[in-house]
Design a protein around this ligand. Structure first.
Ligand SMILES: [Mg+2]
Length: 124
């Protein structure tokens, strides 16, 4: 289990599997696993995605492109990105989905489905 007061944990190289273990350890140390059902994690992922979207909700396209220029807004965006990724990784963990393999397979399919230089046939 990861010691939350261990600064070494924060200095470790970042990798998805290590972050997934830290998230699982964090939940286990608080007896939260019973709440981390696939349904609850998918719902939490959707809520956090909406919190990220809320930051951009009423911005013009130009304002949204400059959202990281303001330190407070940049912090909010970064924080919500972390929340989204945390729940996505936890969902992948309970469903035994390898997120990197899933993404690589999806990119492979989209490269085949939407060949470069062809007219756009819609969004994946
Ligand atoms: Mg959030």
């Amino acid at each position: 289990m990861t010691d939350p007061h261990d600064d070494a944990a924060a200095r470790r190289p970042l990798d998805l599997a290590g972050l997934q273990r830290r998230l699982a350890d964090f939940a286990a140390a608080r007896d939260w696993q019973p709440y981390h059902t696939p349904k609850n994690l998918a719902a939490a992922l959707s809520v956090e995605s909406s919190e990220l979207l809320e930051i951009f909700q009423w911005l013009t396209p130009e304002e949204s492109a400059r959202v990281m220029d303001d330190p407070d807004t940049a912090h909010r965006v970064t924080d919500e990105v972390a929340d989204v990724l945390a729940y996505l990784l936890q969902l992948c963990g309970v469903l035994d989905v390898d997120p990197l393999a899933a993404l690589a397979a999806k990119i492979d399919r989209n490269e085949h489905r939407f060949p470069a230089g062809k007219p756009d046939r819609g969004s994946p």
